[in-house]
Design a protein around this ligand. Structure first.
Ligand code: S3P
Length: 448
């Protein structure tokens, strides 16, 4: 896939209360990892609750191209018959990862220490994103990469035939880079050590434990030091993918800004490396409660209840919280528009290299809707107008970015005039049921 086809404009009109239950899809990060680790195990991994968004489907196709058997039994229910660590076959076609940075970076890591060559490409958004952050550490294992200028896709990786283990300090807060190094380390002899200064999502580490790898994490003043023993035989698993907190963010935020709303979003993982948005919203005065708090599969889980919150206040979001809510800043900026006072978001340079430059994409669209936004390289400030006072009325560009498209749709639910996105097609990459789920709650989103 090299684009999303014909653009699908969508317009969100002000709506009545949002009410009911929002069953959001499976976690995107965990879905990618389930397929990849399943492919690297010997035997059959069973997955339920897999996100069937385009990003994950592209990873499923890629795993087949590397020799794994990947079968869909039913909605969200998949089986992966893996080839084992070091067992990847050389694909005979280019691997198209569509829109997915997670897919391409993790797969590059997983194949980089096998004696095979693979060429990767993606859509117009993915082909602009930096890959050197992954190919630099993969070179230390002995893999070679040749891509376009600026380390961009399309790119060919020649895997190391005699890989050596690596000791790597991740220079940017990125779970994708950390995970690529760990997946490469699986097929290197000896110990691969990864240090990250800021804690990023730890699904790869948790899942590797489940698959039987020897992996440990030490929390020190220098950050988290993760040590992986190479060349394990990974054991197939039965995986129940939890629902995605990053998708839950949309109905939660929509309910907070839409008068009279009361929405329950059940079964959401509150892993501290993912739950920063919910903490932030509560600090802003959101009526957001955690019901039925429990542990599932070693992860804290709760049902989230979000109610209309007319008295939201702008806050300064602590920069050290950024990694735990990195995908949620676009929709937070929408909530901030309805708060009193300013919301300051700092230490968020990474937002500029996501599916789009998310600071720029949101700032331009919010300004077009008459919301004041200031920005610098690694910060931005949204000046809230308070409930009922956000004009809206603009057409905003989604830049092939699902989260930008969904954020503007949430904005339009409570603005004075409707908000349009030029292309809502990318929403299918992570949240294919977004339109029906929001309509069932009472939203008024129309195509065209
Ligand atoms: C992800 C890591 C994050 C996040 C992305 C998913 C992952 O990217 O933005 O949506 O599953 O590892 P970075 O590693 O670039 O921070």
């Amino acid at each position: 896939m090299s684009g999303h086809g014909t653009p699908i404009p969508m317009t969100s009109h002000a709506c009545g209360p949002l009410t009911g239950q929002a069953d959001v899809p499976g976690d995107k990060s965990i879905s990618h990892r389930s397929l990849i680790l399943g492919a690297l195990s010997v035997g059959e991994t069973k997955i339920t609750g897999l996100l069937e968004g385009e990003d994950v489907l592209d990873t499923a196709k890629a795993m087949r191209a590397f020799g794994a058997e990947v079968e869909r039994d039913d909605e969200g229910t998949w089986r992966v018959h893996g080839v084992g660590v070091g067992g990847f076959a050389e694909p005979d076609q280019v691997i198209d990862c569509g829109n997915s940075g997670t897919g391409v970076r993790l797969i590059m890591g997983a194949m980089a220490t096998s004696p095979i060559t693979a060429t990767f490409t993606g859509d117009a958004s993915l082909n602009k994103r930096p890959m050197a952050r992954v190919t630099d550490p993969l070179a230390l294992f002995g893999a070679q990469a040749v891509g376009r200028s600026g380390g961009r896709l399309p790119m060919t990786i020649v895997g190391a035939s005699d890989p050596i283990p690596v000791n790597y300090d991740v220079p940017v807060p990125s779970a994708q880079v950390k995970s690529a190094v760990l997946l490469a380390g699986l097929n290197a002899p000896g110990e691969t050590v990864v240090t990250e200064r800021e804690a990023t999502r730890d699904h790869t580490e948790r899942m590797l434990v489940g698959f039987g790898a020897e992996i440990s994490t030490e929390v020190t003043n220098a950050g988290r030091i993760i040590t992986l023993k190479g060349q394990p035989e990974l054991k197939p698993q039965t995986i129940v993918v939890p629902r995605d907190p990053s998708s839950a963010a949309f109905p939660v935020c929509a309910a907070l800004i839409t008068e009279g709303s009361d929405v329950l979003v059940p079964n959401i993982g509150l892993n501290p490396t993912r739950a920063g948005l919910f903490t932030t919203l509560r600090e802003m005065g959101a009526d957001l409660t955690y019901e039925n708090q429990r542990e599932e599969g070693g992860e804290p889980v709760a049902d989230l209840r979000a109610r209309f919150s007319p008295n939201l206040k702008g806050i300064e979001v602590p920069p050290d919280r950024a990694a735990s809510m990195i995908d949620e800043y676009p929709v937070l900026s929408v909530v901030a528009a309805f708060a009193e006072g300013k919301t300051e978001m700092r230490g968020v340079k990474e937002l500029r290299v996501k599916e789009s430059d998310r600071i720029d994409a949101m700032a331009v669209g919010l300004r077009a809707c008459d919301v004041e936004v200031e920005e610098g390289e690694d910060w931005w400030i949204v000046h809230g107008r308070g409930h009922g006072n956000v004009p809206g009325g603009a057409t905003c560009a989604s830049h092939l970015d699902h989260r930008i498209a969904m954020s503007f749709m949430v904005l339009g639910m409570a603005t004075q005039r409707p908000v349009t996105v030029d292309d809502g097609g990318p929403i299918a990459t992570s949240f294919p049921i977004f339109e029906t789920l929001m309509a069932d709650l009472g939203a008024d989103i129309r195509r065209g």
